[in-house]
Design a binder for this molecule. Sequence first.
Ligand code: ATP
Ligand code: MG
Length: 461
Amino acid sequence: MEQSSPQRILVVDDEKGLRTTLRVLLSKEGYEVDTASGGLEALEKIKTTFYPVIVSDIRMPDLSGIELLKLVQEKSPRSIMILITAYASDGTASEGLKYGAYDYISKPFKNEEIKNVVKNALERQLLKEENLKLKQKLAESVEHYGIIGSSKPMKQLMDLVVRVSKTRTPILITGESGVGKEVIAKAIHLLQNPESPFVPLNCGGIPENLLESELFGYKKGAFTGAVTDKPGLFETADGGILFLDEIGELPLSLQVKLLRVLQDQIFRRLGDNRDIKVDVQIISATNRDINKEVLEKRFREDLFFRLNVINIHVPPLRERREDIPLLLEYFIKKYSKKYGRKEIKISSYILKELEKYDFPGNVRELENMVERAIALQDTNIILPGIYHSQTIDAIEQPILPFYTSDFPEEGVDLPALLEEIEKTYLSEALKRCQGKKVEAAHLVGMTFRSFRYKLEKYQMD
Ligand SMILES: Nc1ncnc2c1ncn2[C@@H]1O[C@H](COP(=O)(O)OP(=O)(O)OP(=O)(O)O)[C@@H](O)[C@H]1O
Ligand SMILES: [Mg+2]
């Protein structure tokens, strides 16, 4: 493996003086700086060492900076290149940008200028690496039967899911609303036998008498309206899983009946005297504090013990914030596809803000947030402030992408925010001018050249 250090920089210049200046300057910033006196020497160096950032002169006798750039992209594609030019006007620098250089600096340059460009390049590099890692992680976690997550609690939960899927014992899944209880139940089903039936029933959504006939079915003539025989969900789920969602809502009378089925896996259709035997695994779920329901006698204790042979508790999202970036990435993919949009990018600023947010509605809230952002917005970014539920409903009106009244206690990442604002306005300007760059540049008070340069920089072309 090549050696990897995010702070290592290679300076390439045939002029010894400039090499030394840059080495001293950048070393002072805390970077580890290597130098090469020409393109060929630089190529030798990148064979053995990984440089996240390479700063190179354009005019060199052995190999031009542009030629070096092309070779670097081939041999060290993760490196980012910054070019130094004495002749910004002759077009080679912008040619460099076209071939994928990150930026260029014209001689004579100010120390601040080069320090900033290198700093930004390194940040970009880190972000790129992080995205790459995220993609790999995502690819791994989709293997977990639809459960996204890489936090420690989620990994433990996935282990548990794999283990319990080997048994047919009743399972009770607990956790706040929107944490993914149904996702877990479905994963157990997939792991167990995807060909077998998975039958979900929401115990809260249906009136008591209907619920009973849904579960057990009925014989023709059992009650007015029972014009034919109808099998119940217990029969439909035979050989598979009956998922009883919101089990806490199950009326007491039905709790007794359910208990009986659980005891001997035998029941009768309404109005029938024939016993039916089934092999059904019951997975139930609740977001209520079921222990309290039992204590207050709203839920039968004997049934509770029967259902809760194995308990799976899904922790709220705020207790596993490491899952937020992965879930975001996953939902962005999902909804960009659904709405036929280009995949939006989340800036590090917004990601940080989202990672601080508590998500009372858990994963469902995060998912809805992403879906709205993608469905309602034309810009290809999520605007800051969108994570405030108050502003979500107002999103259809054009909003300014910043809120001074929202100045957080711990401060803001102003450069990232400014970048976000810049991107928003660039994209809006393009839209208003039907993609005509000259007009769009005029609209935002920029020269055509710098407008085009920014588009390239943000890969909005
Ligand atoms: N780990 C996860 N990976 C991928 N998607 C998830 C995950 N957790 C939740 N979701 C998504 O979030 C939404 C809510 O999940 P789900 O319906 O399973 O929650 P729940 O715990 O059953 O909520 P409720 O108590 O309100 O019924 C669903 O769209 C689901 O696909
Ligand atoms: Mg649910």
